[in-house]
Design a protein around this ligand. Structure first.
Ligand code: GRF
Length: 194
């Protein structure tokens, strides 16, 4: 008998490298989660190709085709209803979810953010940290609440900012850590440690 796995929906908008790291973790039969669905708001998201190649069901809900955020999110809810999902994993999903959506999944949506929250919420995190002369950057996995990048923190990893770092070089090193902590955070939730 296999273990009872946490069923994930991963939301992406782009390249999907975090999605891939989670998919890789799920290849281990002892990993306590599995991916039921990858959903993208962008039809051209690179991560979709990878998901399809790996036989993971995909859904596209293109935000440009909806007049309001509510219509867009209602369509996402409709698609989610086709699956049995325990946890929504935002992995580079570039749409802000409204309180109406978030409150439907209390403690069931997580996100990864490329900074040591609560520092540097929002975009261009590495650029701002370098400009401010910070010694460290990092990444955070947190529960999603209606306020942007503000929910309870699950895991963080600190990454030193080197003297010649550019936003690009720094983001590469932080991304390596994102790929490690996101599967770990999912494991903590699946094992009910958090
Ligand atoms: C990551 O840096 C993540 O922290 C942020 O968006 C980026 C997504 O990258 N939320 P990828 O699509 O997972 O490669």
């Amino acid at each position: 008998m296999g273990i009872d796995k946490l069923k994930l929906a991963i939301f992406i908008s782009g390249r999907g490298s975090n999605m891939r790291s989670i998919m890789k973790a799920c290849e281990d039969e002892n990993f306590p989660a599995k991916i039921e669905l990858v959903l993208s708001n962008r039809p051209d998201a690179k991560g979709l190709d990878f998901a399809k190649k790996n036989n993971v069901p995909t859904e596209i809900v293109d935000h440009k085709r909806y007049n309001t955020r509510k219509d867009f999110e209602d369509e996402i809810l409709k698609r989610l209803n086709k699956y049995d999902i325990d946890l929504i994993v935002l992995a580079g999903f570039m749409r802000i979810l409204t309180p109406n959506f978030v409150e439907k999944y209390p403690d069931k949506i997580i996100n990864i953010h490329p900074s040591l929250l609560p520092d540097y919420k929002g975009l261009n995190t590495h650029e701002r940290a370098i400009e401010d002369g910070k010694k460290h950057a990092g990444c955070t996995v947190h529960f999603v609440v209606p306020d942007l990048d503000s929910g309870p923190i699950i895991l963080q990893k600190r990454v030193p900012i080197l003297e010649n770092d550019t936003p690009d070089t720094l983001s590469k090193r932080v991304l390596e850590q994102e790929h490690i902590i996101y599967p770990k955070a999912i494991k903590l939730i699946a094992n009910k440690i958090i």
